[in-house]
Design a binder for this molecule. Structure first.
Ligand code: 5GP
Ligand code: ZN
Length: 111
């Protein structure tokens, strides 16, 4: 399968890795939308977070836990976790991922 994020997990494409676990990889987004913008992805391929949560709810929980752990470790007290699902919602890479954004204020509702 020709998947950009699978290649980052495999090390075929370089990324600024923040943290790795047995089941997930966290790395800096190449086009950051905030001073902190980290992507947390399962090491196994799923098309989006909903498919991941359906197939393996425990792994989905690990992704969210990893994001919260990273936020705490880097000292973020306010942050946004974002999941875009489907092209109409802004998903552009079809390997499940959670955005962790911080370091600025965020508007609500989102654009
Ligand atoms: P989506 O739009 O699917 O929710 O998020 C995909 C994210 O992947 C975007 O924020 C985009 O900037 C990021 N991205 C796309 N290509 C690369 C890449 O090659 N390396 C890294 N580190 N991030 C990427
Ligand atoms: Zn993939």
């Amino acid at each position: 399968m020709d998947c950009l994020f699978c290649k980052i997990v495999d090390g075929q494409i370089p990324a600024a890795i923040v943290k790795r676990g047995d089941s997930y990889t966290a790395f800096n987004d190449i086009t950051p939308q905030a001073p902190t913008h980290i992507l947390i992805i399962p090491n196994q391929h799923f098309a989006n977070m909903a498919e991941l949560a359906t197939a393996n709810p425990g792994l989905a929980g690990e992704i969210f836990k990893a994001a919260g752990d990273i936020a705490r470790e880097i000292g973020l007290d306010s942050y946004r976790m974002n999941v875009n699902t489907g092209a109409g919602a802004g998903q552009s890479v079809f390997h499940a991922h959670l955005h962790l954004l911080g370091g600025r204020t965020f508007a609500w509702p989102p654009g």
